[in-house]
Structures are given as structure tokens and as C-alpha cells.
Design a protein around this ligand. Structure first.
Ligand code: ATP
Ligand code: MG
Length: 201
């Protein structure tokens, strides 16, 4: 009997913090594509955000672990945070391909990030290493002009108008992020006083 190739989703992100938009998108793609596993990959230093303050990679990694711990098919990889220098998706995919040479990789990305794909380096090799799954994201139109037809599938995920930027702004302003991020992530943010506001709170 022929062995079914392992199908692995790859969800890259800054995850500063991880929120329910990320988790719903990963869960939906996992179900629609019958993925055996979804690997969350917190970025090291994302080159797109080089000019922004980003939380310590260990905090972002641990929040991602806390958020995904209960799901048996969600895992977290350190490949990007352990690689020195800026994070490029091509390196993420090369590393994961080396770790799982017999698996098909599905790179999951929101509408905003999909738009940037053509500006990434080594686009051709990227599409050889993974199939891309573009997911809807409120406030961002999915525009696939210029992307290879067979390399990208678009799917609609339940709309979650949540962004990490909004979560950080809310925490800094003293507004709740309960139910926007998993409970353990709310507690993690409080424990380490991440995203402090300007009022000395
Ligand atoms: P920030 O506001 O700091 O940019 P973010 O909310 O965009 O954070 P990222 O870590 O930048 O989160 O996103 C990682 C991936 O998750 C990207 O592909 C992004 O498009 C996708 N994504 C983020 N939020 C959502 C959402 N609410 N629905 C669907 N996809 C999302
Ligand atoms: Mg973003």
C-alpha cells in the first residue's frame, strides 16, 4: 500500500503576540488541506519590520508555545529565531524541507503578507519548496495578480478582525485583550509586563 506523504502547514509570523486570528487561520487550513501538522515559526528579525521595536524572540516563541500547546497537531519551530540575521521565508522553507525531506509543505499566509511575496528574494525556489495558501484577512483584499496559478490556493477563513498591533496598543492603553488572544497569552503578557504603556502602568 502506498504511504501517504506527510502534509505539513507552515505558519510564519512575528507573533508579537500570537492571537486568535492566527490560530483560526491555521486551524481552518489544517482542516481544509488535511494537514498532519501545522508548524508555527516565530520570526527572528523580520526584514520587513527592521525599523520597529519587536519583543524578545524568546517571549514571542514562548507565547506561541503557550497558545498552541493544547492542539495535538500544532507545533512550534525555533528555526527562524535560532538562525542569526534577518528572517527570509526562503531560509525558513529550506530549513523545514531539510528537517522533513519527504513532506509536502504548505505555507500559510494572510492576504497582506501574500501581497509581499513577489518582493521576496528567490521567489522561484520558494514556490518549488512549498504550496502557498492565502487566507482572507479583514481589511486586506486578496490580490493574486502576478502570482503563479498553480502555486497558490486562496481560502476563506472565518473573519477575525484582530491584529497583533491592535493587541499591543490595547495592552499599552490598559484595555483588555481577553478573548482576542488565548488566556495563557493574556497571563504571559501580564507576567512579563510586555507592551507597557506610556502612563507608567
Ligand atoms: P502586526 O500587527 O504586528 O503586523 P499581525 O497581526 O499582522 O501582527 P503577524 O505575526 O504579522 O500578525 O502575522 C503572521 C501571519 O498571520 C501573516 O501571514 C498574517 O497575514 C496572518 N494574520 C495575522 N492576523 C490575521 C487574521 N486576523 N486573519 C488571518 N490571517 C492573519
Ligand atoms: Mg502583520
Amino acid at each position: 500500500m502506498e504511504q501517504l506523504r506527510r502534509r505539513i502547514g507552515v505558519m510564519g509570523g512575528t507573533f508579537d503576540p500570537i492571537h486568535h486570528g492566527h490560530l483560526v487561520a491555521a486551524s481552518e487550513v489544517q482542516s481544509v488541506f488535511g494537514l498532519h501538522e501545522v508548524v508555527f515559526v516565530p520570526t527572528g528579525r523580520p526584514w520587513q519590520k527592521a525599523d520597529q521595536e519587536i519583543s524578545d524572540p524568546e517571549h514571542r516563541y514562548l507565547m506561541t508555545v503557550v497558545a498552541t500547546a493544547a492542539n495535538p497537531v500544532f507545533t512550534v519551530s525555533r528555526v527562524d529565531i535560532d538562525r542569526p540575521g534577518a528572517t527570509y521565508t526562503i531560509d525558513t522553507l529550506r530549513d523545514l524541507h531539510a528537517e522533513h525531506p519527504d513532506a509536502d509543505l504548505f505555507f500559510i499566509t494572510g492576504a497582506d503578507a501574500l501581497q509581499n511575496i513577489l518582493t521576496w528574494k528567490d521567489t522561484e525556489e520558494i514556490f518549488e519548496l512549498a504550496h502557498f495558501v492565502g487566507v482572507t484577512r479583514p481589511g486586506h483584499e486578496l490580490d493574486t495578480s502576478g502570482l503563479p496559478d498553480d502555486g497558490v490556493t486562496l481560502i476563506e477563513v472565518p473573519a477575525m478582525a484582530i491584529s497583533s498591533t491592535d493587541c499591543r496598543t490595547r495592552v499599552a492603553a490598559g484595555a483588555p485583550v481577553w478573548y482576542l488572544v488565548p488566556d495563557g497569552v493574556v497571563q504571559y503578557i501580564n507576567k512579563y509586563a510586555l507592551y507597557p504603556g506610556g502612563d507608567g502602568r
